[in-house]
Design a protein around this ligand. Structure first.
Ligand SMILES: [Zn+2]
Ligand SMILES: [Zn+2]
Length: 317
């Protein structure tokens, strides 16, 4: 018993120190790993199949009227009827959710924003890493602030030894707390965006579908939206390795689709044809489409032969 009373405070302190060391290094390691991946993952750009052929490009450049230019783009894009976005700088047809970044001077797939903190574009290729970077830096700052808190309080009650080191406590707490608060707001905002399947750019300008702009056009429901970014396998969610679904050019929408088999064919073999602000299927909100299908089918025929294939109001995935 005497042994225990002598050693137990030491054991307790050792145990706490071990826990602190493990948590600190684990959160620091994950933070550095995800930060590294966010910085050094180059933004994904559209592939060569989105470039116009030489003849089309010459014709496009000669043409001055926007309507005729759109006609050339539509023809090159497999006869899609809606407006097609073209990047004059990169000279390619922009797939859905693709934007030109003026800082990187390239078109970036599912561009979210250009982040000066990581000196990189945040987009399809590194959005998951960016979210994990925010999460682990939040955890890291929280850990530092929480473990320094008791010494921070002692600083103000004059219980710390009177050395220069006591100002380190002050500085450390303020920096950790300040970063924690600012990252928390950014992280909460991006969690909300993931839940809505929206990019930062799309919150300012809603993506356009055949029926016009729809800010929730890509939303498939909270759980599926999360899987779009983090993938289907939960064991990889917290690790900064790429597991996002899709190819970055074609995105499932909440709209009524054609036969799923046809969709697979169109998205795998002819990605260019379903690009632009385009959908390979009728662009009507699911709820609306379901109602229409329940009442009458003939309303779909007006839009063209491909849309006669519409089956029930199925979702994409
Ligand atoms: Zn571009
Ligand atoms: Zn950029």
């Amino acid at each position: 018993n005497t042994k225990r009373t002598i050693y137990s405070p030491n054991f307790y302190l050792c145990f706490i120190a071990a826990v602190y060391l493990v948590v600190f290094h684990l959160s620091f390691f994950m933070f550095v790993w995800s930060y590294w991946k966010t910085i050094f993952t180059s933004p994904a750009s559209p592939t060569k199949e989105f470039c116009l052929s030489k003849a089309d490009k010459e014709q496009y450049e000669k043409e001055e009227r926007p309507e005729s230019q759109q006609e050339i783009l539509r023809r090159a894009n497999g006869g899609e009827k809606h407006k097609i976005k073209y990047c004059d700088r990169c000279q390619l047809i922009k797939p859905d959710r693709c934007h030109h970044c003026s800082a990187c001077d390239i078109c970036v797939l599912k561009m979210d924003h250009h982040c000066p903190w990581v000196n990189n574009c945040v987009g399809f290729s590194n959005y998951k890493f960016f979210l994990l970077f925010l999460m682990y830096s939040l955890l890291y700052c929280l850990f530092v602030a929480a473990t320094v808190l008791q010494y921070f309080i002692k600083f103000w009650t004059n219980e710390l030894p009177d050395t220069h080191a006591k100002f380190h406590v002050l500085f450390l707490f303020f920096v950790a707390a300040m970063f924690f608060i600012s990252i928390l707001s950014l992280f909460s905002y991006h969690c909300w965006l993931v839940g809505k399947n929206r990019s930062t750019i799309e919150t300012f300008r809603a993506p356009t579908f055949r029926n016009g702009p729809d800010k929730n056009g890509f939303s498939l429901g909270c759980s599926k939206n999360l899987r779009e970014v983090f993938g289907d396998e939960k064991k990889y969610w917290l690790i900064p390795i790429f597991t996002s679904l899709g190819d970055g050019c074609n995105f499932p929408t909440r709209l009524v689709i054609m036969d799923p088999e046809q969709l697979t064919v169109s998205s795998q073999n002819e990605p260019a044809k379903s690009s632009g602000a385009s959908q390979p299927f009728p662009a009507r909100p699911l709820s609306e489409s379901q109602n229409r299908l329940l009442t009458t089918d003939c309303q779909w025929v007006e839009s063209g032969p491909e849309e006669e294939n519409v089956k029930s109001g199925m979702r994409n995935r």
